[in-house]
Design a protein around this ligand. Structure first.
Ligand SMILES: Nc1ncnc2c1ncn2[C@@H]1O[C@H](COP(=O)(O)OP(=O)(O)OP(=O)(O)O)[C@@H](O)[C@H]1O
Ligand SMILES: [Mg+2]
Length: 283
């Protein structure tokens, strides 16, 4: 059975900087969100009445098995899909369409325009969105290309880059827009294990630098534990909230259960029945 519901930790208990602890109003609110796909023959319910809140500077993880609706949820936050039930608010305003305040990074290596260089790829989004023009766009692009350690490759075309480097460009492109929230859908899943680990460390280093807010989808428990400060566990299809957990970034032993965080997540995901929202386990 699920443990008794306990109050959620406040951010200052996570050892975050005081400016993060001060954030008490959610940046993103997802309330009772049911998402469905209607095809001619079928009605597919991807998520059912999902609730969660993301605070400014959170590294918020959506974790669950394949098909539980993680990508669908991210697309809905991106404004590409409307909830059939419930609502999604960013800074108190309903999300109704895509916007430059929510930039997405995907798993695929082919997100970049192949006929543009690294610098042109990053600057293009800034220019196309009307955010910046000319030299200002180029300078901003270079600023973020440097952050992801690719300055030497600024004039290189995507086909000459490794998968990890392409993902770094995609991250730089999204971050250069300085969105309110970065939406990342398994951005490291197609990388080899060593590069994946390196990219996770780099993402944390970037976060140390600017404390951006990120909503990060993964089905890797270890990636969730390493990257997130909060982790939302979703049940198998259709995705419902199973639990919401805090992470320190380490796979720590829990004093009460004596289990590592990753083992506790394993148990919650695979060994316990879905509870209704009233019984959702918080800690
Ligand atoms: N365009 C679509 N039309 C119909 N059904 C869809 C569509 N996209 C996704 N689905 C269905 O919605 C459910 C959730 O899919 P989604 O891609 O969000 O899962 P996911 O958690 O991201 O899975 P994965 O870890 O494999 O990426 C699945 O049952 C899927 O088959
Ligand atoms: Mg997915």
């Amino acid at each position: 059975m699920l443990e008794e519901m306990k109050p959620m930790f406040m951010h200052d208990e996570l050892g975050l900087a005081p400016d993060c602890a001060a954030a008490t109003t959610p940046l993103l609110e997802v309330k009772g969100v049911t998402l469905q796909y209607k095809t001619k023959e079928h009605l597919v319910t991807a998520t059912y009445r999902v609730n969660f809140e993301v605070m400014k500077s959170d590294r918020y993880i959506l974790l669950g098995p394949s098909g539980c609706g993680k990508s669908t949820l991210l697309k809905a936050v991106g404004g590409f899909l409307s909830p059939t039930e419930g609502n999604i608010r960013l800074n108190g305003v309903d999300v109704t369409a895509p916007g430059p305040d929510r930039m997405m990074v995907f798993q695929e290596f082919d997100q970049l325009l192949p006929w543009k260089t690294v610098k042109e790829n990053v600057a293009f989004t800034l220019i196309k969105s009307g955010t910046l023009r000319g030299k200002a766009a180029e300078d901003k692009a270079m600023q973020y290309i440097e952050k992801v350690n690719l300055a030497k490759f600024a004039n290189t075309y995507p086909h000459m880059l490794s998968g990890g480097m392409k993902q770094r460009v995609a991250i730089a492109r999204a971050m250069a827009m300085e969105p309110q929230i970065l939406l990342m859908d398994e951005p490291f899943a197609a990388l080899d294990a060593l590069t994946r680990r390196k990219m996770q460390d780099e993402l944390l280093r970037l976060w140390d630098d600017t404390h951006f807010t990120v909503l990060f989808v993964t089905h890797s428990i270890l990636e969730a534990v390493a990257l997130g400060n909060r982790i939302l566990l979703l049940s198998p299809h259709p995705g419902q909230v199973k639990a919401e957990l805090n992470s320190t970034g380490e796979d720590d032993l829990d004093e009460v259960s004596g289990l590592r965080l990753s083992d506790r997540i394993n148990r919650l995901l695979f060994a316990q029945p879905v509870e209704d929202q009233g019984g959702t386990f918080h800690e």
